[in-house]
Structure formats: structure tokens, C-alpha cells
Design a protein around this ligand. Structure first.
Ligand code: COS
Length: 379
């Protein structure tokens, strides 16, 4: 058991912290209000190597570990979860999937620009009638010999309009159920592929969430990831890693709200004292700090298992389940500690509260995480 971060990990955390303060904080309220994608900031994140954190330098990545990924995600998410979700999806769903299962040609063509931040990626599983029951897909990829013919609709796709590369999970042979599913690389601009309406969301409003429409899109066979029929397992495996990213995002939303509240309660006076001098406040701060630390340790445990090549499905689901619930509780309390100020936008905590909610929903709801965890503990 060794709880100390390495010098490199401390350094990368500081870089992420400085970036969040100097580049994400200015304009974050306006981007949320006007649903503006943080394009300029995402470009800078690419230049810092934060869009290919764990990708090998051979493919243009930063070659860092999953612990560093957690540290970066926490720091960015303290300020702007709309920017950090781009980092999470690009790293753990798209780059990780391509690096682990892609062919050399797929890595050269798609992974390198994604890891370097020249392009961003999207992961397309959810549909109007299938998200959590991931075997019930209606999007079809019919085998036409040298290509697949892709038809269907995907919903709530993060980076929906901003991405250039889309990993689309589709049904090739419904009779084979989950063994008939494929993961295909679809490029922006392919004939028959259109981006639908942008969602008007409660939280992470700067993130670019769209439906996608595929109408007789010809996807070359060389764009299939892995063996024929391996798409379901591919999706499940990348989501396992993705849940570490979202857990760390939830952790950051919680710790961001906690830090704002801690600061505010030291400044704000009531009954002749600082709020922080009142025991009612102190107990709230104590609970927040304890839960955040527990969430952080769960994130590190999952990342450590992944870094060491050990099974981490249960750990990543536990981290996501717990951290997302802590994010919700902490942000609600942070708003409460601010009183009326907490209800207005300038104090940041109301945005963090709205942003927290999605962490209990995407990449598997809290209920899905409980399914994964209970199956593991009952094995
Ligand atoms: N890694 C690798 N393989 C996995 C896996 C994982 N994490 N989870 C399941 N599989 C495999 C199983 O081993 C099984 O393969 P075999 O038949 O060869 O043994 C196959 O996939 C089907 O597994 P299972 O029967 O457990 O599937 P279920 O339909 O019961 O679904 C859950 C399991 C609910 C856990 C899964 O559908 C899930 O995680 N859904 C949520 C998806 C999600 O997060 N959606 C959010 C949208 S993306 S933002």
C-alpha cells in the first residue's frame, strides 16, 4: 500500500489545475448559458497531450498512466465538466478502444490524429430505444461483402457534431444476439451520414450532444474493429475504462463544489461569526470532505488495477456509482451552504449541481453499475 503520487503525477495534476483556472474558468458561465462547445479550450487540451493521455507515444499519445488520467479529469471537472467529458470520451472510449483492438492501419489513420487532438472522436451506442440494454440495438450494419451498409439512429452522442471519427455499434445479425454486433469506424462526411438536432440539456450544456442518422452509409470492411461479431464485448470493455473517466469527472464536480463552498463559508458572516465557525456548517464540510476522499480512493483503486493489467470492472463500477452519488450530494449541499447566492449563476455551484446529475446517467446509470457490481460479488 503506497499512497504517495509520483513527481510526474503531481506535475501533471498541477498543469491540469492551472489550465482549469486560467483557460476553462473564464467564460465557463457564458458557455453553459449559451450551450457553446469549448472548441478553443479543447484544442489547447490537445496541445497539452490531454486527449491521448494513456495512448502510447508510438501513436502520438502522452504515454501516461490511468492514475494521471484520474488526476487530470478531477482537476478539469472542478471547473468545467463540459470540457472534461470531451477528454473522457476521447481518451477512454475512443482512443483506448482503437489502441487495444484496432489494426495497425486503423491506428495510423485514426488513432494518431485523435491522440494528438487534431481530431476528436465519439462513441455511439445509445439509441432511442436502447441504451442500457445494449443488445437491443436497432441500428443495422448489413454485410455486403466488401462493406457494411449502415442504417439507423443513435441518440445523445457526446461530441456529436464536433467529432470527425465515430465508433458506431450496430447489429449485423440479430439472430446471433450479442454475438451478431459489430463496432465500425464511421468518418464525418461519409455519404448518408448526417448529424441531427442538438440536445438542450440540464447540465454539461457546453458539451455537444446530438442524435446521428445513418441512411445506407457504406462503411468499408477495413473499418470494422476486431473480429466479426465482437462489437458487444468491445463496447462493454471500453465502457469499463470509460467509467473510470466519468467517476473521476464526478469526483471533480464534487471537489470543485466543495472547494467553492469551503471558501465561501470562511468569508460569509452570520450571527457575528463566519459560517465556517458554526457547527452546522462544520459537520456538512466534514461529511463532504470524507465522502470526496472515499470517492477519490475508489477512482485510484480502479485506475491502479487497470494500470497493473488486473480485472477492474467491479472497481470502475463502484467508483462511478459512489463518486456520482457523492457529486450529487455534495453539489446540493454546496448550493445550500451558499443560501440565495447558491441559486444564482455567478457562484458556480448551481452549474456544478446541474452537471453532477449526468454522472449518474451516462456510461451506465447507477442502476447498471449496481447490476455489474452485484453480478461480480455474487460470482
Ligand atoms: N467485458 C467483456 N465482455 C463482457 C463484459 C465486459 N465488461 N460484460 C459482458 N460481457 C460479455 C459476456 O461475457 C457475454 O459474453 P459470452 O456470451 O461470450 O459469455 C456477453 O458480453 C453478454 O453478457 P451478458 O449476458 O452479461 O449481457 P447482458 O445483456 O445481461 O448485459 C449489462 C449486461 C447490463 C451489464 C450490459 O448490457 C451493460 O453494461 N449495459 C449498459 C451499457 C451502457 O453503459 N450504456 C450507456 C450508453 S453509452 S453512454
Amino acid at each position: 500500500m503506497y499512497f504517495e503520487l509520483t513527481e510526474e503525477q503531481k506535475l501533471v495534476r498541477q498543469v491540469a489545475r492551472d489550465f482549469a483556472q486560467t483557460k476553462l474558468k473564464p467564460g465557463v458561465i457564458e458557455r453553459d448559458e449559451n450551450q457553446l462547445f469549448p472548441a478553443e479550450q479543447v484544442k489547447m487540451l490537445g496541445e497539452l497531450g490531454f486527449l491521448g493521455i494513456m495512448v502510447s507515444p508510438e501513436y502520438g499519445g502522452s504515454g501516461m498512466d490511468a492514475i494521471s488520467y484520474v488526476l487530470i479529469m478531477e482537476e478539469l471537472s472542478k471547473i468545467d465538466a463540459s470540457a472534461s467529458v470531451v477528454v473522457s470520451v476521447n481518451n477512454s472510449l475512443v482512443c483506448y478502444g482503437l489502441e487495444k483492438y484496432g489494426t495497425f492501419q486503423q491506428k495510423e489513420k485514426f488513432l494518431v490524429p485523435l491522440a494528438q487532438g487534431e481530431q476528436i472522436g465519439a462513441f455511439c451506442l445509445s439509441e432511442p430505444d436502447a441504451g442500457y440494454d445494449a443488445t437491443a440495438l436497432r441500428t443495422t450494419a448489413i454485410d455486403m461483402g466488401d462493406h457494411y451498409l449502415l442504417n439507423g439512429v443513435k441518440n445523445w452522442i457526446t461530441n456529436g457534431n464536433s467529432a470527425s471519427v465515430y465508433l458506431v455499434i450496430a447489429q449485423t445479425d440479430a439472430t446471433r444476439k450479442h454475438k451478431g454486433i459489430n463496432a465500425l469506424i464511421v468518418e464525418k462526411g461519409m455519404e448518408g451520414f448526417t448529424v441531427g438536432a442538438k440536445e438542450n440539456k440540464m447540465g454539461i450544456r457546453g458539451s455537444d450532444t446530438h442524435s446521428l442518422h445513418f441512411s445506407d452509409v457504406k462503411v468499408p470492411k477495413e473499418n470494422r474493429i476486431g473480429e466479426d461479431g465482437s462489437g458487444f464485448k468491445f463496447a462493454m470493455e471500453v465502457l469499463e475504462g470509460g467509467r473510470i473517466g466519468i467517476a473521476a469527472q464526478a469526483l471533480g464536480i464534487a471537489s470543485g463544489a466543495y472547494e467553492v463552498a469551503l471558501n465561501y463559508t470562511k468569508q460569509r458572516r452570520a450571527f457575528g461569526k463566519a459560517l465556517a465557525d458554526l457547527q452546522a456548517t462544520q459537520f456538512k464540510l466534514a461529511d463532504m470532505a470524507t465522502e470526496i476522499e472515499a470517492a477519490r480512493l475508489l477512482c485510484f483503486k480502479a485506475a491502479w488495477l487497470k494500470d497493473n493489467g488486473l480485472p477492474f470492472a467491479q472497481a470502475s463500477s463502484m467508483a462511478k456509482l459512489y463518486a456520482s452519488e457523492v457529486a450529487m450530494r455534495t453539489t446540493v449541499e454546496a448550493v445550500q451552504l451558499h443560501g440565495g447566492y447558491g441559486f444564482v449563476k455567478e457562484y458556480h455551484v448551481e452549474r456544478l449541481m446541474r452537471d453532477a446529475k449526468i454522472t449518474q446517467i451516462y456510461e451506465g446509470t447507477s442502476e447498471i453499475q449496481r447490476i455489474v457490481i452485484s453480478r461480480e460479488v455474487l460470482k
